[in-house]
Structures are given as structure tokens and as C-alpha cells.
Design a protein around this ligand. Structure first.
Ligand SMILES: [Zn+2]
Length: 158
């Protein structure tokens, strides 16, 4: 029984290893073809790209109920899971904060992922989205808090 489990585990590891090799081969091919045509290829860490809500930043496995469907358990934002991942990848490369915290720049000017644990990446993402979880008061709310009436005119002007 134990041998059988070990065999199964080895078999699955072999499949995983082959899948990783194939993926690396595809990445190298894409990079070569793109650079042959003058297109610079940037690589970003993949952790949480399909589990992070691009609207509120909530990260959870529960956001992705199926392979195809994403629905944020915090704000309710819904979209195709692949589209969500693409949005998150784009954000990591276009946001100054995420670009600098998640990547290094190689000698050719390409972004390459920093060696970070998935926990560090999650902490960086949560820190990035933290300001979004604080509700920014509207102009009217600020004025009301300051006890200033919004009736218009030249009130208070002498
Ligand atoms: Zn959300």
C-alpha cells in the first residue's frame, strides 16, 4: 500500500515536473520570438493573479468558485477568471508600487520577478490595496463634518 502511494506521488511529481519543463520551454520560445521582433518581454510572479479582486484587492480562494468564474466574496465583483488574472498581471506591470516591489530589472531592461515567498507577495498586495478599504468621505461629508452649511452664497463673507 505504501509503495503504491509512493509510486502515485512519484508519478504525479513526474507529471508536474514535465508540465513545468513544457511551460518553461514555451516561455523561452515566446521570449525569443518577441525579442526577434523588437518586443521586450516582462515576467511577473503568478501568485494570486487569479485569486485577487482587481476592484477591492480581496485575496481568497473562495473568490474563484470554478476554473472559469470569479466572484469577489467581499465586494461582489464578477468576471471571467482569466480576464481577472490578465487585469492583475497588467496592474503588476503598470503600477509603480507593484512593479518596483515585485520585480527587478535585468540588464536588458526587462522586469523579472524578485525572489519572494508567496506570503511576502500577499503582504505586498494587501498593503497596496489597503487604502482602498478605507472609505474616502465625499466633499459634502467633509463639509458637514466641519459643520459648514452648503447653502451657497457668500455666507460668512464680510
Ligand atoms: Zn472585490
Amino acid at each position: 500500500m505504501i509503495n503504491s502511494v509512493m509510486y502515485t506521488s512519484k508519478y504525479h511529481n513526474q507529471i508536474k515536473e514535465n508540465s513545468v519543463k513544457q511551460l518553461l520551454h514555451i516561455i523561452v520560445k515566446i521570449k525569443k520570438q518577441a525579442e526577434k521582433h523588437g518586443i521586450r518581454v516582462h515576467i511577473t510572479p503568478s501568485q494570486y493573479t487569479s485569486l485577487t479582486c482587481p476592484k477591492c484587492g480581496h485575496i481568497s480562494k473562495d473568490n474563484r468558485k470554478t476554473q472559469e468564474d470569479f466572484k469577489c466574496t467581499q465586494c461582489g465583483y464578477e468576471d471571467n477568471a482569466d480576464h481577472i488574472a490578465a487585469q492583475n498581471i497588467e496592474l503588476r506591470l503598470t503600477s509603480d508600487v507593484l512593479r518596483s516591489k515585485l520585480h527587478n530589472i535585468d540588464k536588458y531592461g526587462r522586469l523579472v520577478p524578485k525572489r519572494l515567498s508567496k506570503y511576502t507577495i500577499k503582504a505586498i498586495l494587501e498593503e497596496y490595496y489597503a487604502p482602498l478599504s478605507i472609505e474616502v468621505p465625499s466633499y459634502r461629508q467633509c463639509m458637514e463634518q466641519a459643520n459648514i452649511t452648503l447653502l451657497g452664497g457668500n455666507q460668512g463673507a464680510v
